[in-house]
Design a protein around this ligand. Sequence first.
Ligand code: ASP
Length: 343
Amino acid sequence: MNRSILLIYTGGTIGMKQDTETLALKPFNFNQITEEVPELKKFGYKIDTISFDPVIDSSDVVPSFWVRLVELINENYKKYDGFVVLHGTDTMSYTASVLSFMLEDLEKPVVLTGSQLPIGMLRTDGKENLISSIEIAAAADSNGRPMVPEVCVYFKTMLFRGNRTTKYNAENFRAFRSANYPILADVGIHIKYNPSVISYPKEWGKELKINTALDTNVAILKIFPGIQPYVLDAVLGVKGLRAVILETFGSGNAPTSDWFIERIKKAVNDGLIVMNVTQCHAGKVNMDAYATGIALKKEGVVGGFDITTESALAKLFYLLGKHSDIDDVKRELVSNLRGEISI
Ligand code: ASP
């Protein structure tokens, strides 16, 4: 099959090599990737590479980085069948989540991958991750349509919906999890796609639309037993803040003390969006289950369903960038826009 893939290297462990003298990890010139991974030639695909300059550790990702990435995909959208983005693992789930909102009416695969060990190391997980990601990004059905026209993360034999992932393990090769959504494909001897959980366009042939206006006036407030009023005051009182993600206990529960509820109530009345996202890795927010959740709902807190914190942040950046009216933001927050929540 004559397929074409654009491989975008942004940084991260995958593209590093150990300096033979200092043993420190240094990025290598990714245009020479076929030298590092000669197996890529066996595909017979046209694989072009673009490297960010400078490449970054993904802890340094900022919104302008996402805009550059999205613009790059947009400029090259018609030329390629699929895109593979090599990215550090630390913030890969944030990038995958935000890309899913920035790329509207996407009809081609955008697969993010990386590795825990550099590609130049003997036991690297980078080669398999890269090779499988390219194969997935190029895969098409009998009509020539992409198998997975979504923003995904591929890691250690599993293809995930990007905005459902979380980096779960800092060491082992199974670095990512998607606790609330099944994997899109399972990679073994064969690549087994799971079409019933992959999202396809309702009608094909739409133009890609990119949304580059992001409003980052958002904070994340993780609650904990023993939390003090001054913590809430410090966060909720930030000037210019438009939304707070309240990371709550279990199915969306928080302290019921008057001082806590009063502060939340005031924040909501003052026009702040307070979004309830659970601290648990799996399961969803249900503010009707316990008195501790009902109190939040009564004060106008928006339920996040089974969204990840990464995706909640990305969705807020996107919606706040799109709407100036807070009611429009709230309405879309509780809608399933890119498969990020199960409702
Ligand atoms: N610190 C690196 C990064 O996220 C880790 C990795 O690539 O796995 O850029």
